[in-house]
Design a protein around this ligand. Structure first.
Ligand SMILES: [Cu+2]
Length: 100
């Protein structure tokens, strides 16, 4: 997550059971927040700060933000497509994890 307000790469493809780590490399803090309505059936919700829902994550921000050199990680146990966004930069900062 960088100061250009992007997830880089914006899309990654992994296998079930793999863990993704998001690192903030610049000065600007970000969040990793799943679009709850778009998760595959049965998939666990995920968000930096470990909130249990998207509304909870939105309401609590900036709690759950990931600052410079900090890491958020999540292990994906369900196959499918997982779109997510950054709460303060949602207009352009979105990403997707594809789990095969
Ligand atoms: Cu951001």
């Amino acid at each position: 997550m960088n100061d250009e307000l992007k997830f880089e790469p914006e899309s990654v493809t992994i296998s079930v059971g793999d863990t993704v780590e998001w690192v903030t490399t610049g000065a600007v803090a970000h969040s990793v927040t799943a679009y709850e309505d778009e998760l595959p059936d049965g998939a666990a919700y995920f968000a930096s700060g470990d909130f249990e829902s998207e509304p909870a994550a939105r309401q609590a921000y900036p709690e759950g933000s990931v600052g410079r050199d900090e890491v958020y990680s999540h292990t994906f146990e369900t196959a499918g497509e997982f779109p997510y966004f950054c709460i303060p930069h949602e207009s352009g900062m979105v990403g997707e994890v594809i789990v095969e």
